[in-house]
Design a binder for this molecule. Sequence first.
Ligand code: HEC
Length: 154
Amino acid sequence: MFRKFLLITLLTAFSTSAFAASAEERAQTAIDTRQGLLKVVASYFGPIVGMARGQIPFDAAVIETNAGKIAQLAPMLEDVFAMDTRASGLKSGAKDGIWEDSDDFKAKVATTTQRAIELAAATSQGKGPTMKAFGALGSSCKNCHESYREKDEG
Ligand code: HEC
């Protein structure tokens, strides 16, 4: 009795989320999830941009933490872009090449992850090397956007 109740509760809880019914809903969920993950990545990246521009004081500890978070999040890009949503016809900033040359896309994910790890490590060497490593991370974002993002906004 209780187990049956639990099962119904679980089914109700999930029916509106990841296990949505139609193919279009699944594609929309995938797109929302990708964009959400990239927003989270950007939320850790943004404060470091502020430091690079001198808008907020340089703080090596914050950069080390945020770079570590980006290194954890970046590999998830491979997972959230795994579903080919082209057939859905839904608009997003994702270019077809992601699924036409997925090995290259994955290589770009790996580069970003590696650069984030290197940035975290560089924070022990002072501001110069840290900002140099941050530049390298930023160009790995840009490098993927140039190939696979519809509008290159960085
Ligand atoms: C392997 C490829 C790849 C890498 C690496 C990458 N991005 Fe992106 N990014 C994309 C794609 C593709 C989109 C468009 C997604 C969409 O619109 O569905 C995007 C979109 C975004 C968006 C807009 C999200 C939204 O819809 O609001 C932000 C912000 C962003 N990226 C930041 C970054 C930052 C910062 C980095 C580096 C730390 C980075 N990206 C690295 C592929 C990448």
